[in-house]
Design a protein around this ligand. Sequence first.
Ligand SMILES: NC(=O)c1ccc[n+]([C@@H]2O[C@H](COP(=O)([O-])OP(=O)(O)OC[C@H]3O[C@@H](n4cnc5c(N)ncnc54)[C@H](O)[C@@H]3O)[C@@H](O)[C@H]2O)c1
Ligand SMILES: CC(C)[C@@H](O)CC[C@@H](C)[C@H]1CC[C@H]2[C@@H]3[C@H](O)C=C4C[C@@H](O)CC[C@]4(C)[C@H]3CC[C@]12C
Length: 380
Amino acid sequence: MTAGSGQVYVVTGGCGFLGSHLVRMLLEHEKNISEIRVFDLHLDESLRTLSNDRVRVRLISGDISRLADVQEALHGSHLVIHTASLVDVWGRVPASKITEVNVTGTENVLQACKEEGVQYLVYTSSMEVVGPNIHGDHFYRGNEDTEYRIYHKEPYPLSKAKAEKLVLEANGIKIKGGKMLYTCSLRPTGIYGEGHELMKQFHRQGLRTGRCVFRALSPAIEHGRVYVGNVAWMHLLAARQLQIHPSTLGGQVYFCYDSSPYKSYEDFNMEFLSACGFKIIGSRPLVPYFLLYLLALLNVLLQWVLHGFITYAPILNPYTLAVASTTFTVQTDKAEKHFGYQPLYAWEEAKMRTITWVKSLEVSGKDLKDVGEKSNYCCS
Ligand SMILES: NC(=O)c1ccc[n+]([C@@H]2O[C@H](COP(=O)([O-])OP(=O)(O)OC[C@H]3O[C@@H](n4cnc5c(N)ncnc54)[C@H](O)[C@@H]3O)[C@@H](O)[C@H]2O)c1
Ligand SMILES: CC(C)[C@@H](O)CC[C@@H](C)[C@H]1CC[C@H]2[C@@H]3[C@H](O)C=C4C[C@@H](O)CC[C@]4(C)[C@H]3CC[C@]12C
């Protein structure tokens, strides 16, 4: 197939953690495309070099919350994978900004699909549109049909739930050219893998404490995690099959899953950090929950006091503690049944790829210098 004879895909948020893996996945495994438009507020110029004689990678700088930017990016395209989002549960940005990007931005994508005659939209949603809620209701090996007391108060999950609802309701609407728009929504659980910003923070934090991770969460609380490569693969397959079987996938939601083990958030992270000599201290939480909650409240107070002077957004706050302390695991085969999804990467490979990347953080030495670590000190 010569360049230019295939389809044009738009990946919003294509320079992000998931987005950049998705662009590479499309380049490697999707033979029906001739152009990938990477639409993002913050461009990663290295993606431009991924163009080859078959597929052009075109970087488009734009703001998803500006309709004109989105219309221009979607003009003449065939399909949109909408991953752009402000992922913030730490109070880094105002709630209004999260709504503007995640909800208004999604409205703009839908409006642009309608006006530009783009027939297919795959939306990157999140487990958070379901939970966990702050009541501590566990979601244990649940699926897309599991009843759950959904309760959102925080801006981020609220925005993802609103955006997903808009996307699903838009399935089947008439668009320019008399065609119909087909949409589906993918709900990843906690994504891990090469480039995960939060893992970088945990690594840096661990270096500051002599490669010791002090257990704060009960090991009995399980959190579903999914490898970024498998999330990208599921998006590719959903995009492909939405075009072939729109009545099957249209208006549907799918949890993203693979064979990553069910573990507590901390124990799962140690699967990678232990390869760098990190050790987790304590077989059960070292501090009582009420003390952790008080620390979380103190962080909220400090964030409020420092607001306007500096952005104080520590990992621990009442919301992240509640989420981390509530089991949320999925067990489903809906994506396999509807569009033949099977994880592309087995757990062992996903683990080794992630370990290789975490180890590269050490080789870069930047983290070590930042925390003044002199050697590979390992706590006893
Ligand atoms: N990371 C996870 O654990 C996780 C889990 C479930 C779902 N998700 C979802 O996956 C998607 C990608 O998340 P991620 O972890 O890769 O986050 P990320 O922050 O790495 O990527 C988001 C991208 O969106 C871009 N963006 C933000 N605001 C924009 C705007 N106004 N206009 C255009 N682009 C904008 C950012 O520049 C970034 O490149 C999001 O929709 C998120 O809700 C993430
Ligand atoms: C300070 C400790 C208690 C520390 O271990 C807390 C971990 C906590 C910051 C994370 C635990 C679960 C994470 C969330 C989960 O993986 C799913 C998410 C959905 C996604 O759409 C956005 C990110 C997140 C909310 C993710 C954020 C970090 C955690 C709360």
